[in-house]
Write a protein that binds this ligand. Structure first.
Ligand SMILES: NC(=O)c1ccc[n+]([C@@H]2O[C@H](COP(=O)([O-])OP(=O)(O)OC[C@H]3O[C@@H](n4cnc5c(N)ncnc54)[C@H](O)[C@@H]3O)[C@@H](O)[C@H]2O)c1
Length: 302
């Protein structure tokens, strides 16, 4: 029987490893390409080797992507450096990883007859939005090198879709959370920070007055959108991928419970963010199911 072969770049990371789980459950054989700069082998250690093969590859350096991509049905391009402040400190590193890396992936993908390539873009391309909720056609406002490099990756994905008739899709993720959330770094996102602070019995650090809002999407809802989009007829499209609901940082802190500490605001972060998700809902008949309360309570139990 012919099985479905899927490649995940960055598959050892938070989102990539959750996507690996979903794809394997749905009968895919997965090849993970990762340089382990932030991903972990342990994120994938529960899988059988017959279902998931892991290769240590740096997509920004490797010229040998072709041999892994050969015969692939789907490519999920998630590899990237994903933090704002480090991107301001070392923009060149971010450019090489996120832009050159994406170009290498596209060049290799172009040579094989894939059914779809999905790119992990970022809602950071909207900067400080003038109105909410944000639609895909709203103004692009790139505030820091991370946002620039993720957006340049998306531009390449869409140009290649036009020029070479590649079946590409770009998902602009909003704030994704869930199991294996990367909370090791100094700059990890709010839910990751709260999780490690709670574990270490430290107060929750709230940036600014905590009234700023974000659109948090549970990783299970995100991976279900991936499954639906690969089966849909749509190609060459950009979709917002969020919950469509806004939650303040104070509300998140309240769900976690415990002591709080307020810290100064950080550069490059918007006051509010909220996705308009009507395009993806309509095109692929998807909707988010996990509420923020249920999602966090589940995380706290794990
Ligand atoms: N988590 C979010 O809320 C969010 C929001 C918007 C966009 N994204 C994007 O989604 C993707 C996955 O994010 P994540 O939260 O799972 O982060 P993550 O850091 O857990 O995962 C990124 C993975 O890519 C790997 N990687 C980085 N550079 C690489 C390279 N040059 N070659 C091979 N592998 C490389 C890392 O080792 C890691 O496993 C990233 O591209 C990120 O920009 C994430």
């Amino acid at each position: 029987m012919k099985f479905t072969k899927s490649i995940i770049t960055g598959g050892a990371g938070f989102i990539g490893s959750n996507l690996t789980d979903t794809l394997v459950k749905n009968g895919h054989k997965v090849i993970v390409l990762d340089n382990f700069v932030s991903g972990k082998k342990s994120n994938l250690s529960h899988h059988k080797k017959s279902n998931v093969k892991v290769f240590k590859i740096d997509i920004s350096k490797s010229k040998s992507l072709d041999k892994y991509f050969k015969g692939a049905d789907y490519i999920f391009h998630l590899a990237g450096l994903a933090e704002i402040i480090p991107s301001i400190k070392d923009p060149k590193k971010y450019f090489i990883n996120n832009v050159l890396g994406s170009l290498n992936v596209l060049e290799a993908a172009k040579k094989t007859k894939i059914k779809k390539l999905i790119y992990a873009a970022s809602s950071s391309c909207y900067g400080n939005p003038k109105k909410l909720p944000i639609s895909e056609n709203d103004e692009i406002d790139l505030q820091h090198p991370y946002a620039v490099t993720k957006f340049m990756g998306e531009e390449l994905i869409m140009r290649y879709a036009n020029l070479f008739k590649m079946p590409n899709i770009s998902f602009r993720f909003f704030n994704v959370y869930g199991p294996r959330f990367n909370n090791s770094g100094q700059y990890s996102a709010v839910i990751g920070n709260f999780l490690s602070q709670r574990r270490n019995k430290k107060p929750l650090t709230i940036v600014g007055d905590g009234k700023q809002t974000r659109d948090f999407i549970h990783v299970d809802d995100l991976t279900s959108a991936f499954l639906k989009v690969i089966k849909s007829k749509y190609v060459n499209k950009i979709y917002n991928l969020g919950s469509g609901k806004k939650t303040s940082i104070n509300t998140i802190a309240k769900i976690f419970g415990g002591k709080k500490k307020f810290i100064p605001i950080r550069p490059g972060e918007p006051k509010n963010s909220l996705a308009n998700i009507s395009k993806i809902k309509k095109d692929i008949n998807w909707k988010p199911k996990v509420s923020i309360k249920v999602g966090i309570k589940k995380l706290l139990k794990d």
